[in-house]
Write a protein that binds this ligand. Structure first.
Ligand code: ADP
Ligand code: MG
Length: 451
């Protein structure tokens, strides 16, 4: 066997052991490049992948590879010094009469469990921004109610919270075959149920519905904050489940301490479990997500187009997916391979539509409201500390949400464009180091999108 054959056989084994998404993310683009004495040298496309594979798959790979060459004692990983196989030619599928929806497979939510089978842990791409949340989710499926209870996961819009917590439910269904009963509910649905129960004298049966489970998953808890009756009910349900060692999983767009209207006692219950966040995916991860979604859709795009999408859509995986589908759809409709230029235009148009929904004054108003200031304070020349940060955040958001030019933002804020650049850059860097600031910005965005 030559090196190439050994590696292909090894990957073949790994492909069986790993989920599709994981295999595609971590190993698909690997290459065995040489044998140095008793060491095989394997090239991977970037240092992030290298660290991951080294830590997670090294032992496994070595075990398999030794079946093919018993003289090997070690594997050494390097970042892709050698050529990677040139990308496969793009295959254009036949035109699609039903339009864009037919790209998606048809999945239905089960009314009993509230779970949609499309969300699986195996299709959840893992990287630095969600690694901890994913590890906790996996651990929970192995010891329901015993570890990490409650599990509280938070993060911005479109970053995979619903996917992850739904996937836990689906995993549990598959694993315990009906012996463990999961239930997923959005906070809106839960509120509607409680209100309906109270109004129609059926609250006992509603209570039972949510207590007769082994795993309760409640999504977007921020929406029940302030709704007293619902919170009260949830508190009791929470306690009933908790005392019976049932697992509780909660998602939110912000951490418990930033849920302003939530009753203290509920917040401290959340803080008694495991709290993890999901952050923004970095570039390599966005590429991996795109590849995994393309595989799900059974479609292909050229590497430059994939990289372009990953470069342009940074902060919301749902939006990234939306754009990806548009591009795939265009490719099918036109029966030609989408070029970078075409993709650029589609992205441009799609992101413009996204930002058009929000006006400048909505952004300024939301920032003012959050900080208890007036819009005039924010655009004023006042240099007090209390207004300087809100002003920088306003500039950041005008750029981040609406992608406005710096001269335009400068003018809007009564400043020159270098100040606008400086403010944007400052917040943009700080956001990664300072979770409190990140949280403020998420909350303001929430205000903006709700207005
Ligand atoms: P959230 O609930 O945080 O707003 P969702 O869970 O609805 O976000 O995710 C938005 C979309 O992005 C979904 O289609 C989901 O499948 C996809 N997605 C998010 N994170 C990942 C990931 N790590 N791997 C694969 N797909 C993801
Ligand atoms: Mg969600």
């Amino acid at each position: 066997m030559d090196l190439e054959q050994i590696w292909q056989s090894t990957l073949g084994e790994m492909e069986i052991q790993l989920s599709r998404a994981h295999f595609a993310t971590w190993l698909k683009n690997s290459q065995l490049i040489e044998k140095k004495n008793d060491t095989f040298v394997v090239a991977l496309p970037n240092s992030f992948t290298k660290t991951w594979v080294e830590n997670k798959y090294q032992k496994n790979l070595l075990g398999i590879i030794r079946n093919f060459d018993g003289s090997v004692k070690k594997i050494e990983f390097v970042v892709g010094s050698k050529r990677f196989p040139s990308p496969a030619p793009v295959v254009v599928a036949p035109p699609d009469p039903q339009g864009m929806d037919s790209i998606d497979l048809d999945y239905k939510t089960d009314p009993e469990t509230g779970l949609n089978p499309k969300y699986r842990l195996s299709s959840f791409v893992v990287g630095p921004s969600n690694e901890l949340a994913f590890a906790a989710a996996t651990a929970i499926t192995e010891a329901i109610g015993k570890k990490y209870n409650p599990f509280f996961v938070y993060g911005g819009v479109g970053l995979g919270k619903t996917h992850l917590i739904q996937a836990i439910g689906n995993e549990v269904l598959a694993k315990y075959k009906g012996k463990v009963r999961p239930k997923y509910v959005s906070s809106e649905q839960y509120t509607r149920d409680i209100v309906w129960g109270l109004r129609n004298d059926r609250i006992e049966s509603i209570k039972k519905k949510y207590r007769d489970v082994d795993l309760l998953i409640i999504d977007d808890i921020q929406f029940i904050g302030g709704k007293e009756k619902t919170e009260e009910e949830f508190f009791h349900t929470f306690n009933a489940l908790y005392e019976n060692n049932k697992q509780i999983i909660i998602s939110s767009d912000r951490p418990p301490q930033s849920l302003p209207t939530l009753q203290e006692r509920l917040r401290s219950r959340f803080e008694g479990g495991l709290i993890t966040d999901i952050g923004y995916p970095e570039f390599e991860m966005r590429v991996a997500i795109i590849r995994s979604k393309l595989e799900d859709m059974n479609r292909q795009l050229s590497d430059p187009v994939i990289n372009l999408i990953a470069k342009k859509l940074r902060k919301n995986i749902r939006e990234l997916e939306g754009v990806l589908k548009k591009i795939v759809f265009t490719q099918e409709r036109k029966q030609t391979e989408v070029t970078e230029k075409m993709a650029e235009e589609i992205i441009e148009k799609a992101t413009q539509n996204l930002s058009k929904r929000v006006s400048d004054s909505q952004i300024l108003k939301a920032v003012a409201e959050f900080f208890n200031l007036s819009v005039d304070d924010i655009v004023s020349h006042n240099r007090r500390k209390e207004v300087v940060e809100p002003r920088q955040i306003a500039i950041y958001l005008l750029r981040d949400i609406s992608d406005l030019s710096y001269p335009y933002i400068g003018e809007k804020m009564g400043r020159d464009h270098t100040t606008a650049i400086h403010s944007y850059e400052k917040i943009n860097q700080e956001i990664n180091r300072n979770p409190a600031l990140n949280q403020k910005i998420l909350t303001i965005k929430d205000l903006i999108y709700k207005s």
